[in-house]
Design a protein around this ligand. Sequence first.
Ligand SMILES: [Zn+2]
Length: 134
Amino acid sequence: MKGFMKEFKEFISRGNVMDMAIGIIIGGAFTAIVTALVDSIIMPLITGIFGGLSVKEWAFHIGKSTIAVGALVQAIINFLLIALVLFSVIKAINKVKKKEEETEEEPTTKECPFCKSEIPVEATRCPHCTSELK
Ligand SMILES: [Zn+2]
């Protein structure tokens, strides 16, 4: 039990657990927003387009069974919207991360304007063509 607690403490203090927790909380809140969007805007729109029959009520009847496709359709629309927005968010985050990495790495070489060869960034004279550089 002691070993378990120690391991758990290490797991918590690693930091990425906090990231994960924040991700889950934001994800949950976000899902609520998408669900509200679908329920109150997109579904009524589709209902309007299909002549007043609510998507939730879409169903087939096979013999005595009712195949309720409405709930499935709604779940798929929810999923697609969430996936779409998450994809955009991840893309935006990746873009920012990439920019950060690019600015962090200072170049150690530059291009000689005369012979176009790669030379140290602090060089005042090109070792290849001996041109003087400003
Ligand atoms: Zn040169």
